[in-house]
Design a protein around this ligand. Structure first.
Ligand code: SF4
Length: 464
């Protein structure tokens, strides 16, 4: 579909589906579009700030011409300098409690990722209040900067991994209409807040995080004596506090990280929010010359949030994370090579399950077993119906069933759980433009919130 703008000198294309015409959304709040090509035509507008539309159109109208230098096509400085950002009134009032969580892009998700986090995210997204309204305002993100803290030397697969995780998010039921889904690095305010936090966070706070030493031990083949790796819990604090969530849904093993986030928020509020802000102090000084109360009032109104503490401390929302062993009985993890993938083809899944370890005491078919200590029993508890679980427990403890049959029942139940997810994933894979648009829109929405927080943080520190 092609439209002409009211300005007849500019032709505007709005459909991305025609092969030679692409649409890129350009927003004025911190992100560049993908690389532009001079052979294509563009519809350029800012959905966040309508006044930018004309600026963008006029500045981008030239890139459509073949003679435009390549670096001008890629770098649109006008967008940043020809309007006043209007952050606060861009945010619709959200009375719902906000929750936020993220996941590293390590490639397609396995069943441990799914049951340990994603399943709960979908559940929280779909919770309704008594009035039938969504219970939470949900933000979920793909933590690609965190992936770089350990894989900085080999980022080749990062782009593909991000898309794989995004596909799994959507296929599992995260809905971009109900949740804000985005990629961390598409919101540059994460890095800025991290930098500001690093100025006042004591080193021992980071060195004492339990996973710091553990991960260095586990990932010995990598050089993790880096500032980025030491600072990743602080980056997590920035990830969280940037969106000022009421709750952070985590499993028990992540509680320490949220506690560090709470300490960082507390320290920030103590350092920068209990005293008169620089803006108010300046207004008082000006008052001696101008005798204008308006300036003081304006400064105080804009500093309301500052005097009360800019960064509220989020609370932990403990979510159930069932024990999900891998094929070798240890925790399911890619680093152990013992995973069953969410996108695993049925034949592969059945073949892998046949190799899964069982109760070591059950050597012969005629030996009774104990599902309570068998990893296959643990998976039955997660994926099977009550009736199947009862049959397994009865059959195993009396040697009434063999392990092959038991695993076959388990495979049936896992396949039933993941088959619709896999179908949705295939549908999404066939439409890569849609995935791009979802992530682009999600990042734009996330940036609105992030910029608002950064504005208050910078004001509190005195950087404005
Ligand atoms: S029958 Fe099932 S639960 Fe019992 S030992 Fe075999 S695999 Fe494990």
């Amino acid at each position: 579909m092609r439209h002409r703008s009211t300005d007849t000198s500019k032709e505007i294309w709005i459909s991305p589906r025609e092969p030679q015409q692409q649409v890129f959304r350009v927003d004025c709040l911190g992100a560049y579009p993908p690389r532009l090509k001079s052979s294509h035509k563009y519809h350029l507008s800012c959905r966040l700030c309508p006044s930018v539309k004309q600026v963008a159109l006029s500045s981008y109208n030239r890139p459509v011409q073949q003679s435009q230098p390549e670096h001008h096509l890629h770098h649109p400085p006008l967008i940043y300098h020809q309007h006043e950002p209007k952050m606060p009134d861009l945010i619709p009032h959200q009375p719902r409690p906000r929750i936020l969580s993220g996941m590293r892009p390590t490639g397609p998700l396995h069943l441990g990722n799914y049951m340990g986090a994603l399943f709960n995210w979908v559940r929280l997204q779909n919770l309704l209040t008594d009035a039938g309204e969504p219970q939470y305002d949900c933000f979920f993100f793909i933590a690609d900067l965190h992936a770089l803290t350990t894989d900085y030397a080999d980022p080749a697969s990062l782009r593909k991994n991000i898309r794989d995780v995004a596909l799994d998010f959507l296929a599992a039921g995260l809905d971009p209409e109900r949740s804000t889904l985005f990629v961390q690095s598409h919101v540059p305010q994460h890095a800025e807040l991290f930098t500001l936090f690093s100025m006042f966070t004591p080193l021992p706070w980071l060195e004492r995080v339990p996973t710091y030493k553990d991960q260095q031990e586990q990932l010995r083949e990598k050089d993790l004596n880096t500032f980025g790796f030491l600072g990743y819990p602080l980056l997590q604090a920035a990830d969280i506090l940037l969106y000022q969530p009421d709750f952070v849904p985590v499993g028990a093993d992540q509680v320490a990280h949220v506690e560090l986030t709470r300490e960082v928020a507390r320290r920030f509020n103590q350092l920068y929010c209990s005293l008169q802000t620089p803006a108010i102090a300046k207004a008082h000084t000006e008052h001696e010359k101008t005798h204008s109360d308006k300036d003081i009032l304006r400064a105080e109104i804009s500093a309301d949030a500052v005097t009360e503490g800019v960064l509220p401390e989020p609370r932990v929302l403990l979510t159930p994370s069932p024990k999900l062993p891998g094929l070798d009985g240890r925790k399911m993890s890619k680093s152990y090579g013992n995973t069953l993938m969410l996108s695993e083809p049925e034949a592969d899944l059945r073949a892998k399950l046949k190799t899964m370890v069982t109760d070591p005491a059950r050597v012969r078919r005629t030996d009774p077993g104990n599902p309570e200590i068998c990893p296959v029993g643990d998976l039955h508890k997660v994926f099977s119906t009550k009736e199947t679980i009862a049959e397994v427990w009865q059959g195993c403890t009396t040697a009434g069933i063999g392990c092959i049959q038991c695993k076959s029942w388990l495979a049936d139940n896992i396949v039933r759980e993941i088959a619709p997810i896999q179908q949705r994933r295939r549908d999404l894979e066939s439409d890569p433009d849609r995935l791009d648009a979802i992530l682009w829109d999600g990042a734009a929405r996330a940036r609105q919130r992030a910029i608002q927080t950064l504005q208050h943080v910078r004001q509190a520190i005195g950087l404005e």
